[in-house]
Design a protein around this ligand. Sequence first.
Ligand code: ATP
Ligand code: MG
Length: 300
Amino acid sequence: PAIESKRLRIAMQKSGRLSVDSQALFSSCGLKINLREQRLIAHVENMPIDILRVRDDDIPGLVMDGVCDLGIIGENVLEEVSLQRQLDQENFDYEVLARLDFGGCRLSIAVPQEENYQGVQSLDGKTIATTYPRLLARFLKQQGVNARIVMLTGSVEVAPRAGLADAICDLVSTGATLEANGLKEAEVIYRSKAVLIQRKGLTDAGQLKLIRKLMPRIQGVMQANESKYIMLHAPRSRLDEVIALLPGAENPTLLPLAGNNDVVAIHVVSSETLFWETMEQLKALGASSILVLPIEKMME
Ligand code: ATP
Ligand code: MG
């Protein structure tokens, strides 16, 4: 008799900036999840997978310790935990299966707006507050800067005004929070996205097979997110010019229109969207009925 595989355990953030996109990715990949609020573990109904919903800070450790098989986590947290575990001589092994298309942000050093910032040397002798002491220490060391690091787990952006620090090192996406706190971005020290990681030493054949089944789906969902299906009618006489304007359309599909030999329908799967400017140029060439549609899934 076949030995039954263990269920695959995937860790995701319970609630926060990564949770909605992580959940959307799972469901786009065909996982049917019954996410009852407040549950630590959610069972996937149609595959042998359990989803663990935890604080994002716990995800790298859960994977590195082999408690979870896969995890979705921001590279910023993953790298910070790795550096810390390396220092503590704990296991920090993992494998990155995919860099995902969400959770983008940067870890930056910011200083008070009124400060005359002249480059990293301006930070010498300063105190910098951060939730990412290891990533910051690595940057400062690389730059040959001597600064004091103060660890804060929250409200980092108010530290300078509160007199706790001269500068901060925190996550930025738009910069609005910095501005609201009278700070300006001085150095980007790390660019981050969400990644899917796997624990080292995963050997269960059934689990490996399941992962090999999921990966093309994840790639397909990401590819579809960036792609568009473009349809339009174009005059046969301007076909070459029209096709030249379509992004990534080496071999478009041409379809005849019933009862009109001067016009053809063009269908293209494009790796990018059509901008209004291009649509206006197409129209000027005599194109009409221009449609740009989202693609839900794709497999090549
Ligand atoms: P938890 O309660 O799980 O510990 P958290 O408060 O630590 O949550 P979030 O603010 O939800 O974390 O952010 C989670 C991750 O989202 C970040 O570590 C980062 O990778 C990513 N992220 C994307 N954009 C931003 C942003 N503008 N600010 C902060 N994090 C961002
Ligand atoms: Mg956290």
